[in-house]
Design a protein around this ligand. Structure first.
Ligand SMILES: Nc1ncnc2c1ncn2[C@@H]1O[C@H](COP(=O)(O)OP(=O)(O)OP(=O)(O)O)[C@@H](O)[C@H]1O
Length: 407
């Protein structure tokens, strides 16, 4: 996904982002500001500005009942019903094609990047893919109360009996902890946190099989962050796929089954969330640096700054900031993580041994010596999992334990 700038220059906002998102699963997309997280989410809903050029596919299954798996002829894309897969590949540049809806031979698979505007408006946005926008104040209609906007959305997506509409809208507000006594307020009368909750309430209406939540906890205090995270977890546990775009690693740890770390427009690590936050820990030096930057861990910043997306280096974009970089890193792009997990790194960190395991000699490294990594947290069931990086307790949602444990 590229932005065409004046004088023919290009900004490679997202390159080679490839992941699968299964029904019942939450994938947290994390990374520094400007690395391409929101652009990726916007691409899936056809909400990019006119100077954007997208290539690749992002397929979502349109029938969400029943089991089984589907492929696009690529075994790596096998996925259960209600799932989504995004493959934004580099190289080709093409406009969003005014294409029809379905891949031949796969009548219930819809390519979101190829869908026309009418399809996106009538079938996708809100119905198949819900969105919690990053800027709710700009997303809400300024001249209508929250109640009016909720009632309209409930009427459109759920079609309740007329006499039930008001109660259904209030129930929708309650799911996002939006206070009933503010329902008759206009957006400009809401604080940032309340606007955030109004946007979440609107996004949850209709229970779209895929939910994109772009920074849904921004502006909320920790208690509301936890409530929002738990609501998203519940949403996933009820069989929906949730893509959580966030800076908030505590919310990611609380909610996600899997973690995708982005750097300079690429996914550099894909991991099971418990492995990532606990042991064996992240493998990519950038991902480890993100965790180390947390006050409850090493509280150590990553030196340097991310590269300009308009002039990315030939090799690994993180190499200039990486203490493990070698000459290879500056010239050769590392392979992307496998769909099952891994790190796009020539010299990944050694896995951190579990604290519960007997002391064992460190595995021989074929590269440079292993630098210090965050203190490992013992692996426990999700229900008892500590937020190792925040020190905050993470009481699991009653439904979340198995989903997280089985992920
Ligand atoms: N309309 C645009 N024209 C040109 N470049 C753009 C445009 N919108 C975004 N970009 C580029 O895409 C990059 C990724 O932006 P994006 O909003 O996805 O970042 P992000 O990771 O979501 O950051 P944040 O967490 O701060 O929202 C930006 O760094 C910017 O260079």
């Amino acid at each position: 996904m590229r932005f065409r700038m004046r004088r023919g220059a290009d900004v490679a906002a997202v390159t080679g982002a490839s992941f699968d998102l299964a029904a019942g699963q939450c994938l947290a997309l994390v990374g520094e500001s400007g690395c391409g997280k929101s652009v990726l989410a916007s691409a899936l809903l056809g909400l990019l500005p006119g100077n954007a050029r997208t290539t690749g596919t992002a397929t979502v299954r349109t029938t969400c009942r029943g089991g089984g798996a589907e492929t696009d002829g690529d075994p790596a894309t096998a996925r259960p019903a209600g799932s989504a897969a995004a493959r934004l590949r580099p190289g080709l540049r093409s406009h969003i094609r005014p294409s029809p809806r379905h891949a031949p031979g796969a009548p219930d698979l819809l390519d979101l990047l190829a869908a026309d505007e009418e399809t996106l408006a009538r079938r996708v946005r809100g119905r198949l893919v819900g969105l919690v926008p990053q800027s709710p104040a700009a997303h809400l209609t300024p001249v209508r109360t929250v109640r009016s906007q909720l009632e309209e959305t409930v009427r459109e997506l759920c079609a309740p009996a007329r006499q039930d509409l008001r109660a259904a809208a209030e129930a929708a507000a309650g799911r996002a902890a939006f206070p009933a006594d503010h329902l008759d307020h206009y957006p400009h009368q809401l604080s940032g946190g309340l606007a955030q909750r109004a946007a979440l309430a609107l996004a949850l209406v209709g229970d779209a099989p895929v939910l994109l939540a772009d920074e849904p906890t921004t502006g909320l205090d920790r208690d509301l962050v936890n409530r929002t995270a738990d609501e998203l977890r519940r949403h996933a546990d009820s069989g929906r796929a949730v893509l959580l775009v966030t800076h908030d690693l505590a919310a990611a740890e609380r909610t996600a089954d899997r973690v995708a770390v982005m750097y300079a427009g690429r996914i550099v690590e894909l991991s099971d969330a418990r492995d990532f936050f606990g042991t064996p820990g992240p493998r990519h030096p950038y991902a480890a640096g993100l965790l180390d930057a947390l006050p409850t861990r090493a509280f150590r910043t990553i030196p340097g700054a991310p590269p300009e997306l308009g002039s990315l280096p030939a090799g690994c974009a993180f190499a200039p900031r990486c203490h493990r970089a070698t000459a290879t890193c500056t010239t050769t792009l590392p392979a992307p993580p496998a769909p099952t997990g891994g790190a796009a790194c020539h010299h990944p960190l050694e896995p951190t041994p579990a604290t519960t395991a007997p002391a064992a000699p460190a595995p021989a490294s074929t590269t440079s010596p292993t630098p210090p990594v965050p203190a490992p947290a013992s692996v426990r069931p999700a229900s008892a999992r500590p937020a190792a990086h925040t020190g905050l307790p993470v009481p699991a949602h009653p439904d979340s334990t198995e989903a997280a444990a089985d992920a």
